[in-house]
Design a protein around this ligand. Structure first.
Ligand SMILES: [Zn+2]
Length: 102
């Protein structure tokens, strides 16, 4: 469906071909559910893509930070006189989390 300015609206009415007259609003936004004649407030695919890319970049940044923290912790533990016991304890925690016993 096209808006008056020629842009494609993500939210449009779809008529069920098996049940003439039965309409569905696809993908559907609350604004148009409340008032079918109002402007669509659905996120445009190009905006969704940009938002998802920002979210992926943020998750990658968090993963990098967490990985660096883990490497720092591992380096600190590795020089400890009790390092082998600490690693064994960490392995047992990991096994318990996976439901592995023994
Ligand atoms: Zn909409």
């Amino acid at each position: 469906m096209k808006a008056s300015d020629g842009t494609t609206l993500p939210c449009h009415w779809y008529e069920n071909p098996d049940t003439p007259g039965e309409l569905f609003l696809v993908p559907c936004c609350e604004a148009r559910v409340q008032d079918p004649d109002t402007d669509c407030t659905c996120e445009l695919p190009i905006d969704e893509l940009a938002r998802l890319r920002r979210e992926i970049a943020e998750v990658r940044r968090q993963l990098t930070d967490t990985t660096r923290q883990l490497h720092d912790l591992s380096a600190a533990v590795s020089v400890s006189p009790d390092a082998l016991n600490i690693y064994a304890r960490a392995d047992s925690y990991r096994a318990a989390r996976k439901g592995i016993t023994g």
